[in-house]
Design a protein around this ligand. Structure first.
Ligand SMILES: [Zn+2]
Length: 230
């Protein structure tokens, strides 16, 4: 049923005279992509907003086909490049003039940690995964949420953090796996942090009512209050 002739699939139908043309076409398109991306004014691609990803997808699909399809003239791809760049430049210009256009294109930054706990109203939006977020915060050498006054998720996916001064650090939810463990309430005698929202409670309160009053989850980890600079 699936009697596929691999040799036929890979090389039999090759038009050898076209291979040289593919090399030239690919080189031209590759240089065009580089040139267009340079003209876009972007300095790097470490973090892209969704708008920029859309632009790159548009350029990429227009560039790919003429590389190896004999019947597609490279000129067609150049027209696509010109149109995509014109749209990009126009929308970027509009976004620089109007905050609402900017927000439609790039989304809106949002607070994800406020006063040492996860920002619940945003969490309901499901715009970020807590797990991903833990990694981002760990990357900034943050041991627990009690060190953070405010953390903002920027539209390019990066996180900006403002810290408490050392003497202001409070108890917070641990972010590193060895400490982010459900506490055994019968044996521990510590301050606890809700594993979902970071809300802080004393052990006695949690034993009376294990449900977090903020987020309605019921798993608790032992909170930390270590300072950033020890
Ligand atoms: Zn909670």
């Amino acid at each position: 049923m699936f009697d596929i002739d691999i040799k036929n699939l890979l090389i039999e139908s090759i038009e050898w005279h076209f291979i040289g043309e593919i090399v030239v076409r690919t080189a031209i398109m590759f240089l065009m992509i580089l040139l267009v991306l340079r003209l876009s004014g972007k300095r790097g691609v470490r973090q892209l907003t969704l708008f920029e990803v859309a632009i790159i997808l548009g350029l990429g699909s227009a560039a790919g086909d003429p590389m190896f399809q004999e019947d597609i003239p490279i000129f067609h791809a150049l027209v696509v490049f010109a149109v995509v760049m014109a749209i990009y430049k126009t929308l970027t210009w509009l976004a620089s003039k109007s905050l609402s256009v900017h927000r439609i294109l790039e989304g809106k930054e949002m607070a994800v940690v406020e006063n040492g706990v996860f920002s619940i109203k945003n969490e309901k939006d499901n715009d970020f995964s807590t797990v991903e977020f833990f990694a981002e915060l760990r990357n900034q050498s943050i041991e627990h949420l009690g060190q953070i006054r405010t953390a903002i998720l920027e539209t390019d996916g990066t996180i900006s953090v403002l810290f408490y001064a050392d003497h202001e650090v409070k108890f917070g939810l641990p972010l590193f796996p060895e400490a982010y463990q459900e506490a055994d309430l019968s044996s521990c005698n510590d301050t606890l942090a809700c594993m979902h929202c970071g809300c802080i409670q004393q052990r006695d309160t949690v034993i009376q009512n294990p449900t977090c009053t903020r987020c309605r989850h019921d798993k608790w980890a032992i909170a930390l209050n270590t300072k950033r600079t020890v």
